[in-house]
Design a protein around this ligand. Structure first.
Ligand code: URA
Length: 246
């Protein structure tokens, strides 16, 4: 049961419908089937949600419920800083998306790294995507110096010793003689660059090509687009604690 008085807040089925779970009718069925929790308890038809503070879960996955949530997928070009404001006055990723409502980048890409970056004002999703225990996969294409051997690729896969500890097992493959595809689910600082360097192949160019279920080869550098509701749902599902992933 919600803490909100019966007449306050928005009807749960309306909030669910807006978040992309289907028509209000379908959302009522979700509630009726006991698949929705509100503030930790199984929700009931007629429950209302305080969209500023209420916690809504569908099938155990917390979802963002504020009415003005936006989620942008940006293809970050090199030379743009992943921050909201840069003291040195360099262009930032926030300059590349609409100014209102204000959004923040989820995680960061180095100044010279290109590729997919999520920006949002959805705090629930941000927390889940950035917390190490949720371990959402990120895929990178790294153009490197030299020609990595099979042994070097195996080391990337099995884990390499960095100054902040050994990296977790990763997916690594060679897609061209100097091009490594690397999928990691940790988010350490400059991790891909340091891993490649550690196996003797410093990175020349680095592009992030996937964040969990999100990829978009059509999105040109410097461009952004809103995520679809299905993509937001898929991201929320991908951001589950390791033991709960299906
Ligand atoms: N790994 C890196 O080395 N740099 C990035 O920007 C992202 C991952």
């Amino acid at each position: 049961m919600s803490d909100v008085a019966p007449s306050e807040g928005e009807r749960l089925q309306k909030v669910l419908a807006r978040a992309g779970f289907g028509s209000r009718r379908v959302c009522e069925e979700l509630i009726d089937d006991g698949r929705v929790r509100l503030n930790g308890a199984v929700a009931r038809l007629g429950d209302r949600v305080d969209t500023a503070n209420g916690v809504v879960e569908v099938d155990g996955v917390p979802i963002g419920v504020a009415p003005d949530l936006v989620h942008y997928l940006l293809n970050k070009p090199a030379g743009v800083v992943t921050t909201a404001a840069d003291p040195q006055g360099r262009p930032t990723v926030v300059d590349l998306v609409p100014p209102e409502p204000r959004v923040h980048p989820v995680g960061r890409l180095d100044l010279d790294t290109e590729g997919l970056l999520l920006l949002t004002n959805d705090g629930t999703l941000t927390h889940r995507l950035t917390h190490p225990s949720f371990g959402v996969e990120k895929e990178y294409l790294a153009q490197v110096q030299g020609r990595p051997s099979r042994g070097a690729i195996r080391r990337l896969r099995e884990g390499v010793d960095l100054d902040d500890g050994r990296t977790a097992p990763a997916e690594a493959s060679l897609v061209a003689p100097d091009l490594v595809r690397l999928t990691i689910h940790e988010g350490r600082n400059r991790q891909v660059r340091r891993m490649c360097e550690a196996v003797g192949h410093p990175v020349v160019r680095l592009v992030r090509t996937r964040i969990g279920p999100l990829r978009d080869p059509q999105l040109r550098p410097g461009r952004w687009r809103p995520l679809t509701l299905e993509e937001v749902r898929a991201l929320e599902r991908a951001a589950r604690p390791a033991g709960e992933r299906r």
